[in-house]
Design a protein around this ligand. Structure first.
Ligand code: ATP
Length: 436
């Protein structure tokens, strides 16, 4: 377990109180398991997505980025198998009318009221909409249930435009929508969520090796961002649970307060998708290998992660309660790359001379890093408030600063303090945040 004190109740309450995550449409009583990221949550989630892009695109020379549309030609979903296969078995209670996923029901009675359940029927999880002003079948479109298909449909465009040779991959971050029967566990399972997906195209025969490479690379990403490795594990899918397109799948699971659950799946999708799109579109999607003079459909390794799920896991993993004198210090020990606010500027008092110098110091740092200014309540309270949102550094400007033009930097985890000349703050932080 993350830490026993990191219960979902505490995480949800901290998220609401401090502006990480709010229930959507709360003034109307909320809306079925949808959530809004507040000022701190949106910074945190952006940092997670940017850390992912940096790792899988910027730090590699075999990857490119894509941002495809959410609405796609409906034939895409025929070709991908989603229209026929993207279903969950649904049962209704005949008495209380509650709905359940048949594979999550124990026994044959309703878990809420003990009533009789209907026969299971297949329920397609894609959200349907209509393009244009008339609601006709001819104008049906779907909100994408995964970002992956936007990548497959652009395989040829990207390969041609970038003149890439195999192996190479395409990464994409974006919204996906699934009409989940049982959303829940806060942002873990929602109907609207964000994915961070890679399709990595390789020559058949090299796919097993590349699958292993990506499992290792992705696990390492969580480790480098400070996640406790004892809270992560790999789980290989049994033959019987493999998706219709997959040759092998390894999940990365995290030990949430509600148990081990999937953060990311890394699948070997073979040439299934490109073959399907080639057949349905009539476009030649083969790759010509000029070294061996042959033409083939590449195999695909797909590391598919959830931005919301990993953001939640980073939050849970970072939550610590430490005894502190008579009180408890709540600290989010977020990796500094993920922390929403990097440096807080705290004048010792509200006196205008101190405020002015503190603002001057902040102006030196704010072009480089996300900062916050706070002059309310005691300095101890302000430190605690920053600890609770994971701010790695606080800077205090005091009366001594008016004489020596220096300020005190206080570090979140050790609570150690150093005195640094204000003019040197930009270099000091450039060093502190360099990723050596
Ligand atoms: P699950 O078994 O939890 O429903 P899945 O195996 O259907 O997930 P994939 O289709 O492999 O999920 O999607 C890849 C990733 O997208 C998941 O690992 C998860 O991080 C994220 N994801 C999928 N569905 C949701 C959802 N409803 N809410 C939030 N994130 C999701």
């Amino acid at each position: 377990m993350a830490r026993p004190e990191a219960t979902m109740d505490k995480i949800v309450s901290l998220c609401k109180r401090r502006g990480f995550v709010f229930p959507s449409s709360e003034i109307y009583g909320g809306f079925s398991s949808t959530w809004d990221y507040g000022p701190l949550g949106s910074l945190l989630k952006n940092n997670v997505k940017n850390a992912w892009i940096r790792s899988v695109v910027q730090e590699r020379d075999d990857m490119v980025l894509l941002d495809a549309a959410i609405l796609m030609h409906p034939q895409v979903w025929q070709a991908s198998g989603h229209l026929d296969n993207f279903t969950d078995p649904l049962v209704d209670c005949k008495s209380c009318k509650q709905r359940f996923r048949a594979d999550q029901v124990e026994g044959d009675r309703c878990s809420a009221c003990g009533g009789e359940l209907t026969e299971a029927r297949q329920f397609n999880m894609m959200f349907k909409t209509f393009v244009g002003p008339v609601e006709e079948d001819a104008d049906v479109a779907y909100l994408r249930p995964e970002t992956a298909q936007g990548i497959f449909a652009n395989f040829k465009n990207v390969a041609t435009a970038t003149r890439r040779k195999l192996p190479f991959g395409i990464a994409q971050v974006g919204k996906a929508f699934r009409n989940e029967i049982t959303p829940g566990n806060f942002t873990f399972r929602t109907r609207e969520f964000e994915q961070m997906e890679i399709e990595y195209f390789v020559a058949p025969g090299t796919d097993d090796e590349w699958h292993k490479h990506w499992v290792d690379a992705r696990l390492d990403w969580y480790r480098r961002l400070g996640m406790n490795m004892e809270n992560l594990k790999l789980r290989e899918h049994e033959r019987s649970e493999l998706a219709h397109y997959a040759k092998a799948t390894v999940d990365i699971e995290y030990l949430f307060p509600f148990g081990w659950s999937e953060l990311e799946g890394i699948a070997n999708r073979t040439d299934f998708d490109l073959r399907q799109h080639q057949e349905h579109s009539g476009e030649d999607l083969t790759y010509f290998d000029d070294q061996n003079n042959n033409r083939f459909l590449p195999y695909v390794i797909e590391p598919s992660a959830g931005a919301d799920r990993s953001t939640l896991a980073f939050l849970v993993d970072a939550y610590v309660e430490e005894p502190d004198k008579d009180e408890t210090r709540v600290v989010l020990k977020l990796h500094r790359e993920l922390a929403p606010i990097k440096v807080a500027f705290l004048p010792l008092s509200k006196k205008p001379v101190l405020a002015e110098l503190t603002r001057k110091a902040q102006k030196l740092v704010s072009p480089l890093l996300m900062t916050q200014y706070d002059d309310t309540q005691s300095i101890g309270r302000r430190y605690r408030r920053q600890d609770e949102i994971g701010t790695p550094y606080c800077i205090t400007v005091d009366f001594q600063s008016l004489e020596d033009d220096a300020a005190t930097i206080r570090e979140r985890d050790s609570m150690g303090q150093v005195r640094v000349p204000i003019a040197e703050l930009p270099q000091w932080f450039a060093q502190a945040f360099s990723r050596g």
